[in-house]
Design a protein around this ligand. Sequence first.
Ligand SMILES: Cc1cc2nc3c(=O)[nH]c(=O)nc-3n(C[C@H](O)[C@H](O)[C@H](O)COP(=O)(O)OP(=O)(O)OC[C@H]3O[C@@H](n4cnc5c(N)ncnc54)[C@H](O)[C@@H]3O)c2cc1C
Length: 237
Amino acid sequence: MNTLIIYAHPEPKSFNGALKDLAVSELQMLGHQVQVSDLYAMNFKAVADQDDFHQRQVQDFFKYGLEQNHASQTSGFAQDIKDEQDKLLWADFVIFQFPLWWYSVPAILKGWFDRVFAAGFVHGSEIGRYEHGGLKGRKAMLSVTTGIRQEAFTPYGMEGDIHEQILYHINHGILYYSGMKPVEPFLVWKPTQSEELRKQYLTDYKTRLHQLDEIPLISYHPNGHYDETMQLKKEYR
Ligand SMILES: Cc1cc2nc3c(=O)[nH]c(=O)nc-3n(C[C@H](O)[C@H](O)[C@H](O)COP(=O)(O)OP(=O)(O)OC[C@H]3O[C@@H](n4cnc5c(N)ncnc54)[C@H](O)[C@@H]3O)c2cc1C
């Protein structure tokens, strides 16, 4: 299997770094092909702007999504975007390794999504979205560390439910939207708690990596379950 790891942590010796390194070595040992986008090491540009395109379709008013569509049709993306899009097309399985920052991904990874998951590439009037999205046929998994204990991420916890309130905008709003099939995330709760706990997490992650094909998909509704006002049809509620 071709596996791509998108890694967003500024410190190689961090626990995120350890999880990324473990994934690379285990997956290679299992015979998978592995590529890593180490966004901080690459100094990946996180800001979406005019420099992302070789030539503009419209000169006097900059509309980012419109220029993305144009670049998708004319091979007009800046090289760093094109390189990441090529990696995605190569991949069967994509792992996103990051610490939870402000209930979301670090800005460098948000910028990666803004620039790489482009209109005309992962979604658009000619492609579609969700199960029709441009990255269909691929699976994706979030591997996330937190700074707060698990109990706080339950439905009545102070942080909110990790699946429905914290990770939903990534798993549903970005990955599923793009056509990928998100699988259950690998969650590391507050790895600073103890060395023993960290060792256990590394063991658990190793087990998870050995079973990539068997990780349950997150169940989301397909386009057809929504009516023309984008409401879930009554029979699926
Ligand atoms: C801007 C910002 C926003 C944040 N927002 C949130 C938020 O909204 N919600 C939330 O819950 N948290 C939040 N946090 C906290 C953040 O999620 C955690 O600090 C982070 O997830 C911890 O992971 P780490 O990899 O950075 O840990 P590190 O602190 O890098 O690592 C933890 C420990 O693991 C050790 N370690 C490294 N490698 C190994 C190894 N191979 N074996 C054993 N031990 C090892 C390290 O030495 C260290 O002692 C935020 C933090 C920041 C900076």
